[in-house]
Design a protein around this ligand. Structure first.
Ligand code: NAD
Length: 427
């Protein structure tokens, strides 16, 4: 790394330039070659002008592999599930777990009403009791003002439903935090809820004689839950010993946050991949899922549950907050996301959430089964070895030749891939 450089990252008005002009600036700054630039210049299904309208300072797009998980039967209907992610094994594992459930009726999934929480923070309140009473007395009026902000949402059957006054003792003194509960229907709801929170702020200042600071959605969408259950036959899992192994893996996660973080990460492998494919705010769902896992029963817990059925099979279930939408966000602007929603054939945000919950459960079951039996590395390494070969510089047929050799030697490593590549090219 250069320690002394006259290059500056303080580029004024980068956003005002065209994509080509931004690329040129970037090329100069990072000493990019013409080959490097050709990578940036290749736009795929997400064309340059759409991308440029989605975020700031666009210089290119970042493609991900899009795979299709098979075998999903949810509430009696079949789905091919698009998954966008970079990690090998995930799509295959979800498809395999979904296959096992077909003979027991697939997944049963459901959702609560899509209710989001908006928070309005009021501090510097002279009389907390009086303030709380005034807000409670004005509840109906406040809800009316909130709903006046989004007549379209109200027309579709959504809108602000209720309001709650919470008191918080903080390091900066006592505060009142008002929660509004908003049914977001087929929207993720962030913009709708934030607009309502902002509209209520001056009224709350008047009622409390305090000062409003934050007015924003909470990503702990604990009232917008998706649930799925499925039965995995013991004979598909590898017999009763395999069922016990999975139950022990689940017990490990419930008893230990170090394991549980990875257990829930495995669930999110599937969840995030469908979120990304359908243009959802995956950060919002990630934040909500892990906070829900931590607050639902005190300590950090699994988002899934498992038990043995009387016939010795394994019953699994999942419950997590899923703030997803079919209107707004990237779902409508990204052409691939639009296509993925079409592939799923869903008409409501709740239907999408039911599919995502089912994929999360399938993903978790597959991971627990692999981990409690042969371990994941055997299967994972087969796919990973190709990535390692490519990273080492292999092209065309060299990729598979090197991957197979590394697997046979049980040495799937970057340095070994380089050695084999050198040998191949010498020949
Ligand atoms: P949006 O504002 O683009 O669209 C929602 C609006 O569409 C509704 O308010 C309603 O007026 C209208 N609408 C039309 N048909 C509807 C239907 N059938 N059901 C419901 N509404 C309908 O989108 P949004 O969902 O409010 O916001 C989502 C975006 O906000 C995401 O891109 C997210 O990344 C972003 N965001 C997230 C956070 C956060 O998670 N903390 C904060 C700010 C913004």
């Amino acid at each position: 790394m250069n320690t002394v450089s006259d290059k500056t990252s303080a580029i004024r008005g980068l956003y005002r330039l065209s994509i080509e002009e931004r690329q040129k600036k970037l090329q100069e700054f990072a000493d990019l070659t013409e080959d490097d630039m050709s990578v940036l210049e290749k736009f795929g299904s997400l064309d340059a002008s759409t991308a440029d309208r989605m975020i700031e300072n666009v210089v290119g797009t970042f493609p991900f592999p899009l795979g299709i998980a098979t075998n999903f039967q949810i509430n009696g209907r079949d789905f091919l599930v698009p998954m966008a992610l970079e990690e090998p094994s995930v799509v295959a594992a979800a498809s395999n777990a979904a296959r096992m459930t077909r003979q027991t009726g697939g997944f049963s999934a459901s959702t609560t009403d899509p209710v989001m929480i908006g928070q309005i923070q009021v501090a510097d309140i002279p009389h907390l009791d009086k303030a709380e009473k005034s807000i409670t007395e004005q509840k109906e009026n406040l809800l009316k003002v909130a709903n006046a902000q989004d007549p379209v949402l109200v027309k579709f059957g959504g809108g602000a439903r209720d309001l709650q006054v919470r008191r918080l003792d903080t390091i900066m003194g006592p505060m009142i935090v008002v929660h509004i509960f908003v049914d977001a229907r087929d929207a993720m709801g962030a913009n709708a809820v934030n607009t309502m929170c902002e509209a209520l702020a001056p009224l709350l200042e008047e009622l409390t004689k305090g000062k409003v600071y934050l007015r924003i959605l909470s990503n702990l969408a604990e009232h917008r839950l998706a649930r799925a259950t499925a039965t995995f036959p013991a004979k598909e899992l590898g017999g009763s010993k395999a069922v016990d192994g999975i139950l022990k893996a689940y017990a490990f996660a419930q008893a230990d946050p170090y394991r549980c973080a990875t257990h829930n990460k495995g669930i999110m492998n599937g969840v995030d991949a469908v979120l990304l494919a359908t243009g959802q705010d995956f950060r919002a769902v990630e934040a909500g899922a892990h906070t829900y896992a931590a607050t639902r029963e005190g300590g950090y817990q699994s988002l899934t549950r498992y038990e043995k059925t009387p016939s010795g099979d394994l019953q699994g279930s999942i419950e997590l907050p899923l703030a997803v939408g079919l209107v707004g966000g990237a779902t409508r602007t990204h052409p691939v996301a639009r296509l993925c929603v079409k592939i799923l054939g869903v008409k409501t945000a709740n239907e999408l959430a039911e599919i995502i919950a089912s994929v999360g459960l399938a993903q978790n079951l597959a991971a627990l089964r692999a981990l409690s039996q042969e371990g994941i590395q055997t299967g994972h390494m087969k796919l990973h070895s190709r990535n390692v070969a490519i990273a080492a510089g292999a092209i065309g047929d060299e990729v598979d030749t090197i991957a197979q050799k590394m697997i046979a030697e049980k040495r799937v490593r970057f340095d070994r891939a380089q050695e084999i590549l050198a040998e191949l090219r010498k020949d």
